[in-house]
Design a protein around this ligand. Sequence first.
Ligand SMILES: NC(=O)c1ccc[n+]([C@@H]2O[C@H](COP(=O)([O-])OP(=O)(O)OC[C@H]3O[C@@H](n4cnc5c(N)ncnc54)[C@H](O)[C@@H]3O)[C@@H](O)[C@H]2O)c1
Length: 374
Amino acid sequence: MSKLKIGVSGAPRGASFLAGMHAYGDRAQIVAVYEPDRRARDEFAAEAGVPALEHYDELLERVDAVIVASPQHHHVPQAVAALQRGVHVLSEVPAAVSLEQSRELLAAARASDRVYMMAENYCYSRPNLIVGAMARAGMFGELYFGEGEYLHEMKGWHTDSTGAPTWRHFWQVGRSGNTYPTHSLGPLLQWFDDRVVAVSCVGSGRHTDVEHEIDDTVVFSARTSRQALVRIRLDLLSNRPHLMDYYSLQGTEGAYEAPRATGQEPRVYVLGKSPSERWQSLDEYGDLLPSRYLEVAEGAGHWGADSFPVRDFIDAVQEGTPPPIDIYSALDMTLPGLVSEASFYQAGAWVAVPNPRLWDAGVGTEPGREAPLA
Ligand SMILES: NC(=O)c1ccc[n+]([C@@H]2O[C@H](COP(=O)([O-])OP(=O)(O)OC[C@H]3O[C@@H](n4cnc5c(N)ncnc54)[C@H](O)[C@@H]3O)[C@@H](O)[C@H]2O)c1
């Protein structure tokens, strides 16, 4: 089988895919980078030993697949252009920045026979993979509550060294609601094997850095199609050490709690297995980690999780295995954040989240149980 030729769009985040690419170098290789900023472009080209291109179209001409690691509002235009040219897409998170973009992306993915996958790397951290395996094995019983939090003080990222606003100034903190939901929601939706049907979003008000439109802390409650309750918190401004991967899970027969602070361990309680009223270390269930995620690529960021989306993507393209985060899962992880903005500006009113599987019919939301919430 010939090596998959992969292009990268957006050098800084794109570089974090290099470790994964080295690990799977016998099957695929990065052949070029597109990046408008000369310095970032040259740095990537030097590190990866590939040509740096000034035009995205030129990149698409040279590759079988593209990693879209550009600023968030470029994900859809670049993914759509690639799919329309027969180029497979591995997109950074979130999949889209508006409902209109989400529809456009869905239409392009449906019209194409190429793979679309979203690289939600937090779904691939070791604790999250083990909890997923336990959930699938029914060890927590029926799941009915989950939490996810992404708390990351990023004030220094909203302007560049000259004080000019970066893309994050508008797309992450220049509007309110949850503007970055997929790290927190993605693993939960995989554990629940479900999608969100409605959200209610409120915020703490603006206190730390009132220049920005987003509230310091934004929380949405979400109802899933099987009536589970999920709570997602985003905080990009508050002064505190970061905590980007907090999760909890509750089922009829067990619970999971991620660490809240350095030095703590992920822990689980499984009825009938754990000592009465006592947590166990999640590591005691480490043998449930799916074997394909045992070996972390050297240098892979985000606890080693950054390399696995690339591997699953290469498998999907070369072996035809379904991408674990396909267009529907990607939108299921993205749309609740977009809808949370509408809810936020309606003082937390419950707003229905479209089911992209039904967009064909022009309906948009499932009729039925969630309707009274909308
Ligand atoms: N999954 C994760 O853990 C994770 C972590 C960081 C960033 N991200 C995502 O990666 C993307 C990039 O984030 P970043 O931290 O690298 O941002 P960044 O601000 O550090 O870099 C963005 C780069 O994109 C370039 N750029 C601007 N317009 C472009 C275009 N049209 N096409 C290609 N490149 C363009 C800029 O010149 C800049 O070099 C975002 O979508 C972000 O959400 C994901």
